[in-house]
Design a protein around this ligand. Structure first.
Ligand code: NCD
Length: 305
């Protein structure tokens, strides 16, 4: 049985196969209309979500499966003090696969250790969010036809942004990617992320958005993660540190792709949506199809997978 807890749980080959499979599903969705008939997906969301939960649910329903779950810790027995380990033992009796988002780093790992069904980490605190990474990789691949030899800028809250941590880790597995990290000093990417792989060290650069945007093939914007701050005053001081505007995009390459995991707060001006380089809504759409491919893979018996 496989889980998806960390972006490096799948090999480069497996990720490539998932992307190809998602593209096949887009081209011919009726071919998988019965792929999950009789199967149940549990969505356990202890934190808010729009895209991730709904895209997983839509993915499962589109493959003929069923969905159970809760959206909000207050709606589950966690509100009565139940542990993640006990919750997952119960869920293992009612579902064939589960997706979990939790405010604590490592919660998905605890779940996996106590689960008899595959667990997908849909975000554990400010740590990792690997199914978003699959969405991001699929989007980059569809736009650039490759996942190597790219200059990728990450801008915003690189400290608490779990989507950043996961995508950065995944992209270090492909050769010749360069990274430009743009963030306030207090929100820099933690060393444990960018020093995890020695291949990444040589090609990390820090800078101001205006000065470095012209070098980028991909710009991954992120919101400042208010819910991870200990005090509101710090959030208010830092929240508008970087706002991508039309003027800033004038300095960028004509084939830059601007990505954002969404939700956006203020960090991309709405006027940017009309620019051909804004790819974040296309990215959100891809999320459903890569998750169909992911569910299909994790539900396959080990011998076939
Ligand atoms: C992200 C998350 O939950 O980490 N959202 C998402 O899944 N697309 C990004 C965010 O909340 O800023």
């Amino acid at each position: 049985m496989r889980h998806l807890l960390d972006p490096t749980d799948f090999s480069i080959n497996e990720t490539g196969e998932l992307i190809r499979r998602a593209e096949e599903i887009i081209a011919n969705p009726s071919a998988v209309a019965d792929a999950c008939r009789g199967k149940i997906l549990a969505t356990l969301f202890f934190e808010p979500s729009t895209r991730t939960r709904l895209s997983f649910e839509s993915a499962m329903i589109s493959m003929g499966g069923h969905v159970i779950g809760f959206a909000g810790a207050e709606l589950s027995s966690a509100a009565k003090g139940e542990s993640v380990a006990d919750t997952i033992r119960m869920v293992s009796c009612y579902a064939d696969i589960c997706v979990m988002r939790h405010p604590k780093e490592g919660a998905a790992l605890v779940a996996a250790k106590n689960s008899s069904i595959p667990v997908i980490n849909a975000g554990d605190g400010g740590h990792q969010h690997p199914s978003q990474t699959l969405t991001d990789l699929m989007t980059i691949h569809s736009l650039k036809k490759r996942l190597n030899g790219l200059t990728v800028g990450f801008c915003g809250d690189l400290k608490f942004g779990r989507t950043v941590h996961s995508l950065f880790r995944a992209l270090t597995l492909y050769p010749d990617n360069r990274f430009i990290l743009v963030s306030p000093r207090e929100l820099q990417m933690p060393e444990y992320v960018y020093r995890a792989d020695s291949r990444a060290i040589a090609c990390v650069e820090f800078g101001n958005l205006e000065d470095v945007i012209g070098k980028m093939d991909i710009l991954y914007m992120t919101r400042v993660q208010r819910e991870r701050f200990f005090n509101e005053a710090d959030y208010v001081r830092l929240k508008d540190s970087y706002i991508l505007t039309k003027e800033k995009l004038d300095h960028a390459k004509p084939d830059l792709a601007v990505l954002h995991p969404l939700p956006r707060v203020n960090e991309i001006a709405v006027e940017v949506d009309k620019d051909d380089r804004a790819k974040y809504f296309e990215q959100a759409r891809n999320g459903k199809f890569i998750r169909m491919a992911l569910i299909e893979k994790l539900l396959k018996p080990e011998t076939e997978a």
